[in-house]
Design a protein around this ligand. Structure first.
Ligand SMILES: Cc1cc2nc3c(=O)[nH]c(=O)nc-3n(C[C@H](O)[C@H](O)[C@H](O)COP(=O)(O)O)c2cc1C
Ligand SMILES: [Fe+2]
Ligand SMILES: [Fe+2]
Length: 398
């Protein structure tokens, strides 16, 4: 049920918590759910900003009706046509046929193809909707997350409706606002959200942050997760840091293994990282969802991958990891590779080819073992862990 909450003068959060969707975009686990944040300005004119996923349209319309108390929506500003925000537009159009939909050129194209609906008021970068006592200015922020993505800044009270940027996974129940307490897990999950959803477009995010810098933002109201009004710059700093790829001193060891030969190697590689006193994360790629592996590959400066050969190829779950990591990341991380085989091999070769394609260069030694690793092999594994960790420390200090 919607719990409309005032976030600024005459401005309401009219979002909903989704605890039933297990995978965002059919891909990314939502162990703590997700919120679709929609906002309603109830002034002389009624302005709705974004909608919710269509599966929740019933609760959404019921909540809006209660708050509107017989009034109609005059304008719908649609920042992003991904269906988690645009899904209910057709239903809104049916309910309020005179509602004017505001969007940019790309929005118009996507809205037509997706819903057969036209944008009524096309806007460009820097244009504004002037309302009695209120100016809503639009900023185009292409590729933060889709080509049509944009933001709205309410110049009268300093609220930035930032769409997917500055958002995070997790329902907003314990806290809707940052001053109600940002749960410890939230920042971790902001990075997972960022690295899984928008990191491919990190430079565009950085550019958008530059563009918004001088606006005098008092509140950041994203389309997912917590609203920032006590310290809005905190989430901007977090995003800015990640969008500039400022990694932490640490190493992620991700391995796959069927019969524990590669796993034994991974254990020793990990010991090598620990020798250097560097933060370590270690994931079995078959058991840890790739969503978390991407997050920590983004977070830490060192990335060591190890897997066996499977039907002449790289172990499929490791191949999935390689396919899922943001393009070019391998070149920006201190990379280590190890692998195992029984007859001809292929795993290490595939990982090496992937590294080259990405413009990366693995740290020595690359350890390739046939079946059971012997003492020499394990010594090499330890060396690999140490070398990667040392290199990460060195790069961090430069
Ligand atoms: C289903 C299966 C398929 C395999 N395919 C190949 C292969 O095509 N080429 C190869 O050199 N080794 C292959 N192997 C051998 C493994 O790479 C080797 O046993 C390795 O030690 C497995 O590492 P693990 O113990 O970490 O799972 C295969 C093993 C299994 C179980
Ligand atoms: Fe999106
Ligand atoms: Fe979204």
């Amino acid at each position: 049920m919607m719990q409309p909450t005032l976030i600024a003068d005459q401005t309401w959060w009219v979002g909903l918590n989704d605890r039933k969707t297990d995978l965002f975009e059919g891909l990314w686990p939502l162990p703590r759910g997700v919120s679709y944040n929609s906002y309603l300005i109830l002034g002389e004119k009624v302005v709705l900003l974004d909608t919710v996923k269509v599966t929740m349209a019933g609760a959404y319309l019921a909540g809006l009706d209660r708050l509107l108390n017989g009034r109609k929506v005059d304008y719908l500003i649609t920042h992003h046509l991904e269906p988690d925000h645009s899904g209910s537009i057709s239903l809104l159009r049916q309910r309020w046929p005179e509602m004017k939909i505001i969007g940019n050129k790309k929005t118009a194209e996507f809205l037509r193809e997706m819903h057969g609906i036209e944008v009524d008021m096309p806007i460009g970068d820097g244009d504004a909707l002037e309302l009695p006592g209120r100016t809503l200015r639009f900023y185009l922020t292409p590729m933060v997350h889709w080509p049509e993505t944009m933001m709205t800044f309410d110049e009268s009270n300093g609220t930035l409706f930032s769409c997917d940027a500055f958002g995070g996974f997790g329902t907003v129940d314990q806290s809707l606002f940052d001053d109600q307490g940002v749960p410890a897990w939230y920042e971790d999950d902001v990075l997972r959200y960022f690295s899984n959803i928008v990191a491919k477009y990190a430079p565009m995010t950085h550019k958008a942050i530059g563009k918004l810098g001088g606006l005098g933002i008092k509140t950041i109201a994203p389309s997912h997760g917590i609203i920032w009004r006590q310290d809005p710059l905190r989430i901007v700093r977090i995003y800015d840091r990640w969008s500039q790829d400022q990694w932490e001193t640490g190493v992620l060891v991700a391995f796959g293994s069927m019969y524990e030969h590669t796993e034994a190697m991974a254990e020793v590689v990990a010991a090598g990282v620990r020798d250097e006193g560097v933060t370590l994360r270690m994931y079995d790629v078959s058991r840890r969802h790739v969503s978390y592996i991407i997050r920590d590959a983004w977070r830490y400066g060192g990335l060591i991958l190890g897997a066996p050969t499977y039907d002449t190829k790289l172990f499929p779950m490791m191949q999935h990891v390689l396919n899922s990591l943001p393009k070019g990341l391998a070149a920006r991380r201190t990379l280590g590779l190890f692998g195992n085989y029984g007859w001809v091999g292929g795993a290490v070769k595939t990982m090496q080819a992937w590294t080259e394609e990405q413009g990366g260069k693995p740290v020595e030694p690359i350890v390739e073992v046939r079946f059971r690793p012997d003492d020499d092999n394990l010594q090499q594994c330890r060396q690999l862990g140490q070398n990667v960790a040392q290199e990460v420390k060195k790069r961090q200090n430069n």
